[in-house]
Design a protein around this ligand. Structure first.
Ligand code: 16G
Length: 240
């Protein structure tokens, strides 16, 4: 119930109540939430207070609004820890989700000056250029644009990159993936991202660039990925 004598603001109590209903599965992804008027009547509070709560839940990604249709419970975001150098396949399997990939492009091309310098190779050396949509439980989560040094990683095929690139590199190629640097920026979906990720053009996406190294600091991979910001968030533990 709502406790009007509590020092906690009323809108905050509504926020907590709806969050609890979502966490306990009483409200499921895709469910419609009650209208402002219904909540206001139920709890005998003003519609303004309800609106404030719904706005906060929308901003936090728990709910989403469809103009003229209603307010719905959003899918839960995948929370990705930023510790440990893991692959998409490993990340999804750890959560009990089924990873898969759709290949948009797979070819060997001569490296551009920028890619060559990041991969520590001569310009025009051969690199695999791979574009994949990464899916979790058949839902598109990220669009990855990968360059792999073809001098270091040999024998890659389209079939292999439909599953796990890292597994192939470590198990079949017997190379050791050691470390990576990763930069995360905010961006907005362009036409291609919108189409492949099943989102609207112009909505926020998380842009990630990973440069990955084998042992002895040999760069083998440059990846630019766009992650759906409505389905993905990053988490980091900090110590002091
Ligand atoms: C992750 C990596 C990507 C790597 C891929 C390998 C990020 C931002 N990117 O998606 O750099 O190429 O895993 O996944 O984490 P795979 O082994 O499943 O092909």
């Amino acid at each position: 119930m709502i406790d009007k004598s509590s020092p906690l603001p009323l809108y905050h109590q509504i926020v907590e109540k709806i969050k609890k209903q979502i966490e306990q599965g009483e409200l499921m992804p895709g469910d419609t939430v009650q209208s402002e008027r219904e909540y206001a009547e139920k709890y005998e509070i003003s519609r303004m207070t309800v609106r404030q709560a719904i706005t906060q839940l929308t901003n936090e990604g728990y709910l989403y609004r469809l103009k003229g249709v209603g307010t719905f419970v959003a899918e839960r975001k995948i929370e990705q820890p930023l510790s440990g150098l893991t692959s998409f396949t490993e990340d999804m399997e750890t959560r009990g989700m089924k990873p898969s990939s759709k290949i948009i492009n797979f070819e060997i091309i001569p490296a551009s000056a920028s890619i060559a310098s990041q991969l520590n190779m001569k310009e025009h050396s051969p690199v695999y250029e791979i574009q994949r949509i990464r899916l979790a439980d058949n839902e598109p989560i990220a669009l990855e644009h990968t360059y792999i040094s073809a001098n270091l990683v040999k024998g890659l095929t389209e079939e292999i990159v439909e599953t796990s690139l890292y597994k192939y590199i470590e198990s079949d190629s017997k190379l050791t993936i050691q470390n990576a640097t990763q930069v995360i920026e905010a961006s907005i979906a362009n036409e291609q991202e919108a189409e492949y990720l099943n989102i609207k053009k112009g909505v926020p996406v998380l842009l990630i660039q990973r440069n990955t190294f084998l042992k002895d600091n040999q760069p083998f991979e440059v990846v630019r990925s766009s992650y759906r910001s409505d389905r993905y968030k990053f988490m980091i533990n900090m110590e002091r």
